[in-house]
Design a binder for this molecule. Structure first.
Ligand SMILES: NC(=O)c1ccc[n+]([C@@H]2O[C@H](COP(=O)([O-])OP(=O)(O)OC[C@H]3O[C@@H](n4cnc5c(N)ncnc54)[C@H](O)[C@@H]3O)[C@@H](O)[C@H]2O)c1
Length: 286
């Protein structure tokens, strides 16, 4: 089984920063690639400010902070990922964009390198087939926020070798996560079950069954969920949520996966959730 020392991450959105933090904390050297140096620097800045808060609270020492930050390198050049043992992409949930990226990574990353996607729903085999090494492509699906959530879905497309899946599983375990092996079906386990619920919560508000804040309060108080469906949609990002629902609907044709009109209108309006400061709720300081 391939040893994994150096990791590359691609994408500097919600998940990009979390992935870099988790892998660096696990002792790996991480190269964070964004399309712009500003984006890559922003990932580094976001991780550092989180660590500063932890140092201030006594949950991390300054030496630990410096050691982990010392393992994170940022770049806007894909070429800097050439020597990585594992590259995990976390760019926009768009199959064509991901296929283009995998074709580029194929040219750049050393032949023994594993190429993984953090996609929430898209067919991993389609990304594998954009490369000349489909046996070394799999899904490694972290959850949001990556440093906090314990699950990783290791997604096995039909093309992946047992070695690749074993290496991805060992990597997730080394990051302190609980890996669960899933076949390459849209939404894997968690999102296939979660998104009908989220979508139907918005439909329920459209029907006027209850107000948004009351639906959130009901699911927290009645089911013991840490947050209600509208707060969770804002955390995930409404554009990503619609992309997830569309991929689920494309695969299963189940009406529960057909994104309700309110979600699409909010995306059209740029109300994407926490990341834009406005979604179902408003967020200060974003
Ligand atoms: N948001 C979540 O809760 C969550 C959880 C698990 C997995 N994911 C998955 O992680 C991935 C990223 O999601 P996110 O929430 O971080 O999204 P995001 O919108 O916060 O960030 C997307 C990133 O992709 C970049 N990007 C956009 N178009 C691109 C292109 N054509 N080529 C290269 N880069 C491009 C953006 O600059 C940005 O850095 C998606 O595949 C998503 O399904 C998201």
């Amino acid at each position: 089984m391939a040893d994994i020392f150096e990791i590359g991450t691609v994408g500097s959105g919600i998940m990009g920063a979390g992935l870099a933090e988790v892998t660096a904390r696990a002792g790996h050297h991480v190269v964070v690639r964004s399309r712009t140096l500003e984006g890559a620097d922003a990932v580094r800045g976001k991780i550092l400010s989180g660590f500063e808060r932890q140092v201030a609270k006594g949950k991390m020492t300054a030496d630990e902070r410096d050691a982990v930050m010392g393992r994170i390198r940022v770049t806007d050049h894909l070429g800097q990922l050439a020597d990585c043992d594992l590259v995990i992409e976390s760019i926009v949930e768009d199959l064509q964009a991901k296929r283009t990226l995998f074709a580029e990574l194929e040219q750049i990353v050393k032949p023994s390198g594993i190429l993984a996607t953090n996609t929430s729903t898209l067919p991993v085999v389609e990304m594998a087939m954009a490369t000349q090494r489909p046996d070394k492509v799999c899904g490694i699906h972290f959850f949001n926020p990556a440093p906090v959530m314990s699950l990783v879905e290791v997604v096995r497309p039909v093309t992946a070798s047992d070695d690749t899946i074993a290496a991805a599983t060992a990597f997730a375990t080394a990051c302190g996560k609980q890996p669960v092996l899933v076949e390459d079906r849209a939404g894997f386990v968690v999102n296939a079950l979660l998104f009908p619920y989220l979508n139907n919560a918005v439909r329920m508000m459209e029907y006027g069954t209850a107000a948004m804040a009351d639906i959130d309060a009901a699911m927290k108080g009645g089911c013991g969920f840490p947050m209600g469906p509208f707060a969770l949609l804002d955390l995930v990002g409404l554009d990503t949520s619609v992309a997830i629902l569309d991929a689920l609907y494309d695969e299963f044709r189940d009406p529960n996966y057909a994104a309700v009109p309110t979600l699409r209108r909010m995306v059209a309006a740029g109300r994407l959730g926490r990341k834009t400061g406005h979604g179902f709720y408003d967020y200060d300081g974003t």
